[in-house]
Design a binder for this molecule. Sequence first.
Ligand code: 2AL
Length: 165
Amino acid sequence: MKLEAFNRLDAGSAREAVRPCVDIDRWIDALVAGRPYRDRDALREAARTAASPWTADEIDHALSHHPRIGERPTGTSAEASLSRSEQAGLGATADATAVALAAGNRAYEERFSRVFLIRAAGRSAPEILAGLTARLEHTEDEEIAVVADELRQIAVLRLEGIIEP
Ligand code: 2AL
């Protein structure tokens, strides 16, 4: 959708257009209320500002929408198709890397009691595995800051994919 069209949509349709970016009402409301945007830089800035910071509850809620890395969703929702394309770099993952990612996901969930989240778009499987391995060493405070930043990156990238210049 063109930015021009997004600027003119009724509020309900605008909300549904951006919901697949991240299902957090406060963020969606801020983005929709901030219209009209003069260009995509202004839209991106509003998206970042509304995502800084997330609350702990918002992060928990958003994570429930993200499949594990390596487990690409098969559904037909806008979110599922975004996640599939973000994880496209994992397409030809070597068996050993796939096994290590699955083990890393389990270790992460045991350590932090949540799904491991990383902005997958533009990253290869070995890069994601290296990130996962390094993040297992984090304290909770260090790690929650990384999660918040990755979630922000995913939301902004998705928004840029949905709203064209
Ligand atoms: C995801 C996802 O669905 N898209 C992305 O960039 N990362 N999932 C995840 N667990 O990190």
